[in-house]
Design a protein around this ligand. Sequence first.
Ligand SMILES: NCc1[nH]cc(CCC(=O)O)c1CC(=O)O
Length: 315
Amino acid sequence: MPSETDPLKIGTRGSPLALAQAHETRRRLMAAHGLPEGAFEIVVIKTTGDNAALIAADKPLKELGGKGLFTKEIEEAMLAGRIDIAVHSMKDMPVAQPEGLVLDCYLPREDVRDAFVSPKVARLMDLPEGAVVGSSSLRRRAQLANRRPDLRMVEFRGNVQTRMKKLSEGVAEATFLAMAGLNRLGMAEVARSAIAPEEMLPAVAQGAIGIERRGADGATAALLAPIHDRPTGERLAAERAFLATLDGSCETPIAGLAILEGGAIWLRGEILRPDGSEAIAGERRGAISDAAELGADLARELLGLAPKGFFDWRG
Ligand SMILES: NCc1[nH]cc(CCC(=O)O)c1CC(=O)O
């Protein structure tokens, strides 16, 4: 057991959302084991994705380093023993972990929906013709272009405050944020409305927090076991198998959402051309124990339906 003289080191990025997630993890570990706050130490690690100069460049994140942009330095710290666990937004996690690390602990999932944020109108469909919308997410940009080809898209990055400032300056009339992030920051009022999955299917693993550890660290595995949320793990097994089979990441125009219903699992998935000119969607229902196969199977179906050139974004 960790103690005040030998605390468990929790690695995290330093953004307000990442810190909120690390604190939630510590609270759950304290409650599960009756340990004091001092038995856990939160260690902030700067990642490539946190480099202010890169972020200010307003380039698509994809061009800045691709997979592992927000995780590489944290995983290196864990392999080197400087931290014991790492708390991640699962939406940003590559589908496979580096040799020696495992991800098998998930906290109960937050709201999976995207939030619609605008000082002008309450809902996506109320935006006037030709309105400018800010987003750097390839998925959101493609989905929006698909549903509202009249809208103009601009790159939009930074924390919630930065984005709100850009909106008030008129850089764009609306933007999107994950409801989960707003809720965890206590900023739910920023959302004008939550977008139903039927209108805009969220990113794979949106709203889920995962806790990574060293595979050989049995003591930490035992410590994490009581805070693992099994339904979240089952849903992510389907969604991440879907993403893996599509060879996707958080920066590809892919959406996927699994829901548990009456003892079964229901997975919906969507792939898009980056310019939104075409979207292909499908779904699977099946046994929870087959979650990963369902995900892979749905991905193969959508791949089979995609015309030549659809995956030009796969590089
Ligand atoms: N790619 C950035 C990112 N990664 C996780 C979240 C939000 C929280 C979550 O989905 O768990 C966000 C910001 C956003 O999309 O608004």
